[in-house]
Design a protein around this ligand. Structure first.
Ligand code: ADP
Length: 776
């Protein structure tokens, strides 16, 4: 009974009652018995949707009740806002909740007053590197989805960060929440923690495989589920679920497949909608179109109007939220999602279909099966407690033999054990520098001793392997002037400290510093020789979207601002420089791209920083071209090419543009710091390139686009109407502003207020007749 919980704040039992929680679920009760409300460490490995969040809350709230401070580590930024919303429920009892995800290189001082902080593991790592003083006040840390220590890219950060937090405060309560995994006890041993290892679920889950006209269930029974003429198996299952008034979550292996499947399944859903549902869906479809003006947006809106949707990392946040809400509200009846999102979205549904159990894996050179852990997490989304008698999770078999294979591989199989990926060189490169720079180790021995507290050390028999990689990495860091080793003492150089605080991979920092130095040498060698970047204005092929923007810019101030100053590094050169670092996730070269970007390289090689690798260095050359493609996307964005053209030209979603832009902003900011650290005179050019990419505008709009609520399109419209900067906007004629913003009063008032206009009210103002702006 929740009234009998030891150690929790007085208000909690009533609060839980109000939420319909009277009794703990069995794994939650086990956690309390293991002392989770009394400061004990705990690893909880329990199925999806079995109440892990409450275990976290019990730990954090009781720790705060004892006068402490708690940290909740999420694996994905998207989850941070979901958890923040969960925990903000406690603000009515006087608790302060803070969330910190973006902006790596700050110490987040304002978080010092918060009782509960939500952050990604990267952010926590960065806070530790920047000596955030409140980190030492933490009394409780909870990590969500801790099985992701197995992830080659992000796992090592989580592992090292936990080790650091625990070293800073040996009494820190550590609670780690995991999906069901094969070796939960290994995690418990590593963290010195009690263990709750359970496969209890609040609602039964029936797993099965569909083949032919039947659904084969794990209890040996069969349900008739017939596929009609020309219908795919997934459509048959969705239809069958709809006839029973339920909804379906379909997992597929790529974004493209998610979009295609949603488009097809819309046909299946449409006939089942009521008129009222159709009306509500039409409204949501309109909201989706309003979020952005792209093909993805259109496709999504079309599908949603018919009660179907897709959901993947290429969607913008606004789109994702609209889809999730509509699915929770039972308006959207089927969502087709990629597996990356299986962990995140809390959207239970009657049935889950795992349509694709293989996905493309570059390192395997082809299609590789998903892990049992992943498939079980997807399947765990089936069944809504209190609404469905049980959930059903269905795999799709394409042959009779495959039915048996899928039963063996996934239905009856146990999830794989989780294994540390820390011993990989890229991971250690970053973490060894940071560990030394922030004083956790001052010698090779101290470093090895620190690393002995990681999951890796607790899992390996071969400590020699770790030592070998550590020595290689130390040599690399010393050679690049990030570390000094003297008489057995390890010390970070000033450059090394900067790199660690900036949260850069040391290899990225080396690439940036080398590139900038090459440029400086090149510039002084060839004093304004003809054919220098300044003589080759950046003009990509003249097709629709781009031409409009560039003509506009020329009309606007009569000049072409690209590379106006011969001493400047071109923005493209800088975008390319940061795009070729390991911290940028580069765009893929599709078939046909290679020729295109080789041509591009040939034309614009002068603008790039540092020597182009030879075509015979296959890997490096390929990388250089992918970086060029990525840089061209950034350049397009910073020259006001519209979003729809960019998504089309590079085969990406609007969310990807955001992602690339944010990474570029961060890396260019870091490049500015590095430039001044090593006395290179490039900070102004870098800062300009950074601001342009941040707002997605040409030079002359930078000031206007910086006004909150303005953005790239509105900035261009205002500029066209003769308002060229923030000061002019502040004193502008209101009827001109209103006309430039196409008569939208609310928007105009907002914008004027943000610009500091003394009287932003649009009452009685009419749009000026002689202002005509028409960008779209
Ligand atoms: P997980 O994080 O394990 O995937 P959640 O913590 O999101 O699962 O819990 C799933 C749902 O179960 C939530 O809606 C939550 O409110 C509900 N829930 C959790 N614990 C209880 C309980 N003891 N009694 C009733 N409902 C509960």
């Amino acid at each position: 009974d929740v009234a009998d919980l030891p150690g929790v704040p007085d208000w909690l039992p009533d609060h839980l009652h109000d939420d319909g929680i009277e009794e703990l679920y069995p794994p939650q009760a086990e956690a309390v018995e293991a002392g989770v409300t009394e400061g004990e460490n705990l690893v909880a490995s329990i199925p999806t949707a079995s109440g892990k969040t409450l275990i976290a809350e019990l730990a954090m709230l009781s720790s705060v009740a004892r006068g402490g401070k708690a940290l909740y580590i999420v694996p994905l930024r998207a989850l941070a806002s979901e958890k923040q919303a969960d925990f903000e429920e406690f603000e009515q009892y006087g608790l302060d909740i803070g969330v910190s995800t973006g902006n790596y290189e700050s110490e987040g001082g304002w978080l010092a007053d918060k009782d509960i902080v939500v952050a990604t593991s990267e952010k926590v790592d960065s806070l530790v590197r920047n000596d955030a003083p409140w980190i030492e006040d933490l009394t409780c840390v909870v990590t969500d989805e801790v099985h992701l220590v197995d992830d080659g890219e992000r796992g090592p950060t989580l592992e090292v960060t936990l080790a650091k937090l625990r070293r800073l405060n040996p009494d820190l309560q550590t609670v780690a929440l995991s999906a069901t995994i094969g070796n939960a006890e290994a995690l418990a041993t590593w963290l010195d923690a009690g263990l709750v290892d359970s496969d209890w679920r609040p609602i039964d889950l029936q797993k099965g495989v569909h083949y032919g006209q039947a659904l084969h269930l794990e209890d040996g029974s069969q349900q008739r589920l017939s596929v009609q003429n020309n219908e795919k198996q997934t459509a048959a299952i969705v239809r069958d679920t709809l006839e029973d008034d339920g909804s379906t979550l379909v997992f597929v292996n790529s974004r493209r497949n998610a979009e295609a499947a949603a488009g097809r399944l819309a046909n299946t859903v449409r006939p089942h909608l009521t008129d009222e549902e159709r009306g509500q869906l039409a409204d949501i479809a309109e909201e989706i179109r309003d979020v952005s003006d792209t093909e993805t947006s259109d496709d999504l809106a079309d599908a949603v109007a018919d009660g179907a949707a897709f959901h993947h990392a290429g969607l913008s946040r606004g789109h994702r939220e609209l889809v999730e809400d509509a699915f929770r509200d039972r308006l959207v009846k089927v969502v087709c999602a990629t597996p990356t999102l299986a962990a995140g979205v809390n959207t239970p549904s009657r049935r889950v279909v795992v349509r694709d159990w293989r996905r493309y894996d570059g390192s395997a050179g082809g299609m590789a099966p998903l892990s049992v852990l992943e498939v079980h997490q997807m399947m765990g989304r089936a069944g809504r407690p209190g609404l469905d008698p049980y959930g059903e999770a269905v795999l799709i078999a394409s042959s009779h033999d495959e039915v048996d294979e899928l039963f063996e591989r996934y239905v009856w199989a146990d999830p794989e054990p989780v294994r540390s990926k820390l011993a990989a060189e890229p991971a250690l490169r970053t973490h060894i520098l940071a560990t030394v720079a922030s004083g956790f180790a001052r010698s090779r021995e101290g470093l090895l001793e620190f690393l002995a507290q990681t999951l890796y050390a607790s899992q390996t028999d071969d400590s020699g392997q770790l030592e070998r990689v550590v020595d290689d990495v130390l040599t690399y860091l010393q050679r690049n002037d990030f570390l000094e080793i003297e008489g057995g003492e390890l010390d970070a150089t000033s450059l090394g400290h900067t790199v660690s605080r900036l949260y850069l991979d040391p290899m990225s920092a080396a690439e940036i510093v080398d590139g900038l130095r090459d440029w400086e040498r090149g510039v002084s060698d060839s004093t304004s020789a003809s054919g220098s970047p300044a003589d080759t204005p950046a003009e990509p092929p003249a097709d629709s979207g781009f031409t409009t923007a560039s003509e506009l810019a020329e009309d606007a101030d009569g000049s072409d601002d690209t590379n106006a100053d011969p001493d400047d590094i071109s923005a493209l050169g800088l975008y390319h420089l940061v795009s070729r670092t390991p911290d940028m996730y580069q765009l893929y070269l599709r078939s046909g791209d290679r020729e295109e970007y080789e041509m591009e390289l040939f034309e614009r090689e002068d603008e790039l920083l540092g020597p182009t690798p030879s075509e015979f260095e296959e890997g490096r050359f390929e990388d250089w071209l992918s970086a060029l493609k990525t840089a061209r996307l950034l350049e397009d964005w910073a020259t006001e090419v519209d979003e729809a053209t960019i998504t089309e030209r590079y085969g990406v979603g609007p969310g990807d543009i955001r992602g690339k832009v944010e990474t570029a902003q961060w890396l260019l900011g870091a490049a500015e710091s590095l430039a001044s650290e090593v006395d290179l005179d490039a900070a102004r050019a870098i800062s300009e390139a950074r601001i342009r990419v941040e707002h997605g505008v040409r030079e002359e709009l930078v000031d206007l686009a910086g006004v909150r609520g303005v953005g790239r399109k509105r900035a261009r419209r205002l500029f066209q109407a003769g308002i060229t900067d923030r000061a002019e906007l502040r004193d502008a004629d209101k009827s001109v502003v209103l006309a430039a913003l196409r008569g939208r009063r609310k928007t105009a008032e907002n914008v004027l207020e943000n610009a500091g206009h003394r009287d932003p009210s649009m009452d009685g103002v009419e749009p000026a007749a002689d202002v005509s702006v028409d960008l779209d």
